[in-house]
Each structure stands twice: as C-alpha cells, then as structure tokens.
Design a protein around this ligand. Structure first.
Ligand SMILES: Nc1ncnc2c1ncn2[C@@H]1O[C@H](COP(=O)(O)OP(=O)(O)O)[C@@H](O)[C@H]1O
Ligand SMILES: CC(=O)OP(=O)(O)O
Ligand SMILES: [Mg+2]
Length: 367
C-alpha cells in the first residue's frame, strides 16, 4: 500500500489515554486526552472523537510490552492482538490498557490498517551483561527473565532530537535520556542504540516515580511478606500505587504538589524531593558508567520538561561529570540549557512518543 499520510496515534499509559492525529509532516491535526482510561469500559468519548475525525489512513498504538517475540513494530491482526493480550502477566497495569485501545479502534475503524509499537523494542539492543539478572540460569531461560526496559519510544525520539539539536550524528553520541513523567526511566544510548536502562523486567524498577517505588531491596519485600503479614496482592498494590513521591510525601505523587510542600516547609515533602533527586543523580551516574562517558544529558516527560528545580538539583550534583547549566535558560525551560563551554550538552526535549509511533506506522505499512 502507499505510505499512509495521516496516522491516528493511540498512547495508553498507566493513568491516561492520549490520542493524536498526525499528518505526513507530523503536525498535530487533532487530539484527545482522557485522564481516566481503563480500556474497555469508557470508550464513549473515544468513539465520539474518532467519529468526528475524518481522513485516518492508519492507526499506530503504543504497546508497553513486546515480550521476547516483538522486538520491532508489527502490523496488527487478530492473532497478533491475542499474543499481546497474553503478555498481560508481564505488565498487568499497562498491557490491558494498550490492548483495550486496539480493541476500541478495531471496532471503530475496522478497515483501517494498524500497527503496534513497543516500549520495549528500543531496548532490545541492551547487551546481555546489562540485561541479565544473576538468577538461576534455567529460570532466566524458562520465563524470559531479563531487563526489558520501557519508555523506549520516548527514549528513541529523544535520541533523534539530541542528534538534530547538537548537529552531531547519533552514532557519535553518548546520551543519557531522562524520561521523567508519572512513570520514570533513564536510558543510556550509545551510537543511537540503547545499552542500558533503569527499568527492568517490569516498569516498577529504577527511579522513584509518582506512585511507584522504583528499585527496593528484594530482601525487604520478602521480609514484609514473611514477617509483617503483607501478602502478595497487598504488596503489589503498595509498590505500584502507594509508594514513590506519593508514599513518601503523603500526597498524590504530582511533583508540583511535592514542591508546594517543600516550599511550605513540610518535612515529608522535603524528604520525598531529596530522595527523588538523590536516586536520579545516582542512576544518571550509573548510566554514564555503561556509556564510558557522557556527551548529552536530556530531560523529557512532564517533570523533565517543566520542573526547572528538578533539573537544576540534578545538574548541580553532576558538575564532576562536566554537566553545567545556564540557570536563566533552565528557568525558562529552554531547549538548550547547557552553560557555554560545558563539556556535556544539556537539553530539554518534549516527549513525543506520538511522532515516533507515526514514523514506525508509516514505515511498517508503506515499506
Ligand atoms: N510544571 C511542573 N512542575 C513539576 N512537575 C510537573 C509540572 N508539570 C507536570 N509535572 C509532572 O509531570 C507528571 C506527568 O508527566 P507526563 O509525562 O505528562 O505523564 P505520563 O507519565 O502519565 O505520560 C505529573 O505527575 C507532574 O508531577
Ligand atoms: C512503562 C511506563 O511506566 O509507562 P507510563 O510512564 O506511561 O506509566
Ligand atoms: Mg508517559
């Protein structure tokens, strides 16, 4: 078929559904944001939006988990859809929402071709030394236990933008991409390929997030189960929804709420902010070890794009790596916030998973 021009991008995250219609130049023609989306039950608004939107040539979906099989974008058919649903056990929070998006759009636009694009795909290049857990080898093989990594569509877009903005070919750059949204992860990108990341087998690992713990001592989790009477379901809910910024500060996990608390002298909010920043700095430094250096540090996602305070705290603690920012540029959320002559470039890039998905959708269907 000819390369589709207008792509309807469906991005079902852990808490929201973002739908965008992009034209052949990636201009946004129309969009719909739903804060509450559980996949399935509340298709009403989506249905209205799609009925009012004409000229959809193709649909591109963000799917969080591609499992062992899907390492690049794939054209959707009923068989593929069922394989994606079967991966729900690997990402119970995210996968049903993505599959719900596929089902809703298949019902609304049954004759429009659709492509699934995976959060995990960009990280398929992570070498075994970084992707392998030191567990019994036959467990790893039997269940495909591995550091899959997530937010790959965002990290891939950041990688392309970093190359454009620094006017250097991506194959020469060592980039740490910081995707700081409600979910948060880092990617170490060398020569355009992901070589390490903070999320793991699930999107629970790594950085402190809005309501997720990020990494904790697995011994602590076992201790709570074996000695404190916290069963697996209760534990899972606490680690996913009651932890992170929300758990520490007692608020909703929104960084803006935490910062208001800090300004009001609230001790819990202050500790939450300090823990968030500490972990972020430490993990960025860890990514530079995987890269054997650092050329570009990039901030993206709601917190990364809008919180000058988080960026400043992180950058000031990483001066020893050559990170130096221009505080005035940082305060106005400029694209390039690096200080003149700094060894490391520091950039702020809007998260555009939609652009990445539209590109993949066009190349799968047109190529
Ligand atoms: N001006 C701001 N200052 C600090 N944090 C912000 C600001 N605007 C948005 N955020 C943060 O961005 C988060 C949402 O990030 P976003 O990438 O949009 O979400 P999602 O991960 O759901 O896609 C919110 O939880 C909030 O903490
Ligand atoms: C994978 C992941 O954590 O996604 P989100 O940030 O949308 O929750
Ligand atoms: Mg997001």
């Amino acid at each position: 078929m000819p390369t589709p021009a207008n792509v309807l991008v469906v991005n079902a995250g852990s808490s929201s559904l973002k739908v965008r219609l992009l034209d052949h130049r990636d201009e946004v023609l129309d969009s719909l944001d739903l804060d509450q989306w559980r996949g399935g039950d509340d298709v009403g608004e989506l249905e209205r939006f799609v009925r009012e939107t004409s000229d959809v040539d193709a649909v591109g979906h963000r799917i969080v988990h591609g499992g062992r099989k899907f390492r690049e974008p794939v054209r959707l058919d009923p068989g593929v859809r069922d394989e994606l649903e079967a991966l729900t056990e690997l990402a119970p929070l995210h996968q049903p929402r993505g599959v719900g998006g596929i089902d809703a759009l298949t019902a609304l636009l049954p004759d429009t071709p659709a492509v699934a694009c995976f959060d995990t795909a960009f990280h398929a290049s992570i070498p075994d030394a970084a992707a392998t857990y030191a567990l019994p080898a036959d467990w790893n093989e039997r269940w495909g236990l591995r550091r899959y990594g997530f937010h790959g569509l965002s990290h891939a877009y950041v990688t392309r933008r970093a190359a454009e903005l620094t006017r250097s070919p991506a194959d020469r750059l060592r980039i740490v991409s910081c995707h700081l949204g409600a979910g948060a992860s880092l990617a170490a990108v060398s020569g355009g390929r992901s070589v390490d990341t903070t999320m793991g087998f699930t999107p629970l690992a790594g950085l402190v997030m809005a309501t997720r713990t990020g990494s904790v001592d697995p011994g602590l989790v076992l201790w709570l189960q074996q000695h404190a009477g916290i069963d697996a379901d209760r534990m899972s809910h606490a680690l996913e929804f009651e932890s992170g910024l929300a758990g520490l500060s007692g608020g909703d996990g929104d960084m803006r709420t935490v910062l208001s608390g800090v300004d009001a002298g609230d001790h819990r909010s202050t500790l939450a902010f300090e823990v968030y920043v500490h972990r972020l700095r430490r993990e960025i430094a860890a990514m530079t070890a995987s890269l054997e250096g650092l050329d570009v540090l990039v901030f993206t996602g709601g917190v990364g794009e809008h919180s000058a305070r988080v960026r400043a705290e992180v950058a000031h603690g990483l001066a020893y790596l050559g990170v130096r920012i221009d505080d005035a540029a940082n305060d106005r959320d400029a694209e390039d916030i690096g200080a003149g002559g700094a060894e490391v470039r520091t950039l702020v890039v809007p998260a555009r998973e939609d652009v990445e998905i539209a590109h993949h959708t066009r190349s799968v269907l047109g190529g």
